[in-house]
Ligand binder design. Structure first.
Ligand code: CAA
Length: 391
């Protein structure tokens, strides 16, 4: 087997919800100075799921265009990463497998480690492809970020799914071999099984994230990674977009470089376009940052990008990818921009009602209202089972 085989991201597609709450509307309700949202945390809006949208419908919507373009002929594995799991036993990806009409000869598994899960999925996928370069792996990150109403975290909610097709000889990005890891047992953000909203020590979570940036970068260096000056841009996990700017300052400091605003801006600005209006999509977030950068129109062929994935609790990884020749012909910028722009704006009352809604747990038959604009929907519940359909 050739050791110089290029393996990486062959296609990238994301989807989000049908509804959006603007931070201006949120600030009108809670009296927060809008500058805190727009400048302080760098957020303008957040995606809100309708009653018939969830991680499965978003995941299928993100992956469907990939299967349409490439067929499922070479896909032998589907990894769905989420921290918004809908079942303690059955993998959410099996519903996605069914909605996409994938063949039975595809293994499906769900992985979880907060917002880091999809990056673990990406690394597992590259190993599978290395073992058999004829195979492709579909990695899907799908999450709905939910905090308590009227809590500081409320302004950092959101929802999206990102689907990656991992392949040999990838059309978009080759993933380099060295990567830097950093794991630390901390309680910065978590969600016990009996809760639908996350618990968070906000300030501690920011400190933990920044320590993880430094820790993962130091390990990346120890593993023989590229020096700082080789990188053209950096895609960080973005729980809110200002976090990426903080993270990059910390990385520059760790390299002994005095962070100046222009250098930080030029490394990060093109990565925030989707996340500032979608909000935190947990494990999909870093991949929306990557999509924003690729769709921004810059010519990046042959350039290296730094990717930093952080999952509270915590596990972090720094890895590098290089843009492949001709990658711009395979992007989905129009579809991504449409996914974001076609969302329907809702008022605070509608958002609050949807936030407070819970699915019945009585095992009865319950139909859900048809509200999504997306291609798939959660039609109802029957005998404790979720019923999905093509919308
Ligand atoms: N104009 C401009 N800026 C303003 C402002 C104004 N009127 N008012 C406040 N700001 C600035 C503050 O100075 C602050 O900037 P710095 O971070 O540079 O200090 C920023 O806006 C936020 O203000 P506060 O710290 O006062 O905000 P807060 O107490 O409401 O908490 C938060 C912010 C901790 C991010 C909170 O929203 C939260 O808990 N979010 C969820 C947790 C989170 O996202 N953590 C990130 C790391 S963990 C992770 O990444 C995993 C994950 O996905 C959850």
């Amino acid at each position: 087997m050739p050791t110089d085989l290029a393996i990486g991201i062959h296609d990238l597609s994301f989807s989000t919800t049908s509804l959006v709450l603007g931070h201006d509307e949120l600030s009108r309700h809670n009296g927060t100075d809008i500058a805190k949202y727009h400048k302080g945390i760098g957020q303008r809006a957040m995606s809100v799921p309708t009653a018939d949208e969830d991680i499965v419908t978003m995941a299928a919507a993100a992956a469907a265009p990939i299967v349409q373009r490439h067929t499922a002929d070479r896909i032998r594995t589907l990894v769905l990463a989420t921290e918004t799991s809908i079942d303690q036993s059955k993998a959410a990806g099996i519903y996605v497998h069914s909605l996409l009409g994938l063949p039975p000869q595809v293994r499906v598994v769900e992985v979880k480690q907060a917002c880091y899960g999809a990056t673990a999925g990406l690394q597992f996928a590259t190993a599978l492809v290395h073992r058999d370069p004829a195979q492709q792996v579909l990695v899907i990150a799908s999450d709905v970020s939910r905090y308590d109403l009227d809590s500081p975290g409320e302004a950092t909610q959101g929802a999206a799914a990102a689907a990656l097709l991992v392949s040999a000889d990838p059309a978009l990005i080759e993933i380099d071999r060295p990567s830097g890891l950093f794991t630390s047992d901390i309680m910065d953000f978590w969600r016990p099984n009996y809760r639908s909203t996350a618990l968070v020590n906000g300030k501690e979570s920011v400190t933990a994230y920044l320590e993880a940036v430094e820790g993962a970068w130091r390990d990346y260096n120890a593993q023989g990674g590229l020096p700082l000056e080789e990188f053209r841009a950096f895609c960080y996990h973005q729980p809110y977009t200002r976090m990426a700017f903080k993270a990059h300052r910390r990385l520059l400091e760790a390299c002994g470089v005095q962070p100046d605003d222009a250098a930080v801006e030029s490394a990060i600005a093109a990565t925030t376009g989707y996340n500032e209006t979608v909000g935190n999509s947990y494990t999909a977030s870093m991949y929306l940052a990557l999509a924003a950068l690729l769709d921004s129109g810059s010519e990046l062929t042959g350039q290296s990008l730094g990717l930093f994935s952080y999952g509270s609790g915590s596990v972090a990884e720094f890895l590098a990818g290089r843009l492949r020749p001709g990658y711009r012909e395979h992007l989905r910028g129009d579809a991504h921009r449409e996914a974001v722009s076609k969302r329907r704006a809702i008022d605070y009352g509608t958002y609050r009602e949807l936030h407070e809604r819970t699915l019945p747990t009585d095992g009865g038959w319950h139909d859900l209202p048809h509200q999504t604009q997306g291609p798939f929907r959660l039609a109802g519940l029957r005998d404790h089972q979720r019923i999905y359909e093509t919308a």
